[in-house]
Ligand binder design. Structure first.
Ligand SMILES: [Zn+2]
Length: 273
């Protein structure tokens, strides 16, 4: 589909934020063509664009005019993964509900109401030069390429996880089948430390995959679920570019900090041309 899309009807979801532990309510509404994705919080408008990122500590937080919304990445990934270009997201609370820790509950709701094709062409930009962001042993690169391909690798010093690598054709992927179900994960030691810092207050075994030294908290949805969740997050953070970028993407140990810096670098490159 090369035309822009929005939802046919609004959907509403209530749930708990994984970091704040507070209840929040989100309504995703159809929006006019060429308006993109934007959040409204307490009547204030926050466009889903990389320059509105105010924090990347454990999740991606957007903010403007003193209001903020935490943990936007899974909802943005669900919108990008299903091809929703235009939507207005009304948030009551300060965080997007975590649901089951994946993007599948969002996608299922979008498909239930259906997508509405609009008349304007989808905004798709061909990259003409490489863009990269690196930090220590992590990096993300985009090379000009006619189709959107993504190679991702992660490595954890953990016997159950280790090194995982996979590639996806972002234009042909079955997002609901291949990516959306992959859940948020955390290593047990890390989860304990987060709780001590007052983070992950809404986290529990129903909305995250916890990785213990010798077992997982629940059966995996994919053998490489950890990697696929990183891909889910990457797709969500990449949506902050505000357009589809034709490129071969290579992401080595991606994180929200790196992803959002990369989205900003891509925006600046595109705007500079
Ligand atoms: Zn995530």
């Amino acid at each position: 589909m090369n035309k822009q899309c929005t939802l046919r009807e609004a959907i509403s979801v209530e749930g708990v934020g994984v970091h704040t532990g507070k209840r929040c309510r989100v309504t995703v509404k159809p929006a006019d063509e060429n308006t993109g994705i934007a959040f409204t919080v307490g009547g204030r408008w926050i466009p889903a664009l990389a320059e509105y990122v105010v924090s990347t500590d454990r999740c991606t937080t957007l903010g403007a005019d003193g209001v903020r919304v935490m943990t936007v990445e899974h909802l943005l990934s669900a919108l990008a993964g299903t091809g929703v270009d235009n939507a207005r997201i009304e948030v009551e609370g300060e965080e997007i509900p975590v649901l089951d820790g994946s993007a599948a509950p969002w996608v299922e709701r979008f498909y239930r109401v259906g997508l509405q094709e609009q008349s304007a062409q989808r905004r798709r930009i061909r990259l003409t030069r490489p863009v990269s962001v690196m930090a220590g042993d992590r990096g993300i690169w985009a090379m000009p390429h006619p189709e959107r391909l993504l190679i991702t690798t992660v490595h954890y010093d953990h016997p159950l996880v280790g090194t995982q690598v996979a590639w996806f054709h972002l234009d042909k992927i079955d997002y609901l089948e291949e990516i959306a179900p992959a859940r948020t994960f955390g290593f047990w030691e890390e989860v304990e430390a987060l709780l001590a810092r007052g983070k992950a207050l809404g986290g529990n075994l129903d909305n995250a995959l916890v990785i213990f030294p010798d077992h997982y908290s629940t059966p995996l949805r994919f053998p490489d679920e950890v990697l696929r969740h990183k891909v889910l997050d990457f797709i969500g953070d990449l949506a902050l570019v505000g357009a589809q970028v034709e490129a071969l993407f290579v992401a080595v140990k991606p994180s929200h900090t790196l992803n959002t810096a990369f989205a900003l670098a891509l925006r600046q490159t595109i705007q500079g041309e």
